[in-house]
Design a protein around this ligand. Structure first.
Ligand code: FES
Length: 93
């Protein structure tokens, strides 16, 4: 792993929280490290507690989650598996 971590800003709606995520951690890990009480349980992409909707930005997955095409089209993201590839805006319900 390189020393230079690329970092992105994650903007979490509707609470209007902002935290920084590097490309070496999942968005969920970054949120928890930043003290954001992000819903989660399994952290392995199985329980769907951490799901939220992407408003904008690019993410990639460590492990491709089980999402239907409709869910993907609606922007649902498993944050415990997702790594930010750009600044991202997420909507948490
Ligand atoms: S924490 Fe269980 S799916 Fe993400």
């Amino acid at each position: 792993m390189s020393e230079t971590e690329t970092k992105h800003q994650i903007h979490l709606l509707p609470h209007d929280l902002v935290f920084i995520a590097s490309e070496q951690e999942t968005i969920l890990e970054a949120a928890l490290n930043a003290g954001v009480a992000f819903p989660n349980r399994c952290q392995v992409g199985a329980c769907a507690m951490c799901m939220c909707q992407k408003v904008s930005g690019e993410i990639s997955y460590q492990l491709e989650p089980m999402l239907t095409e409709k869910e993907q089209a609606q922007g649902w993201v498993f944050t415990c598996q997702a790594v930010a590839q750009s600044d991202v805006v997420l909507q948490l319900d």
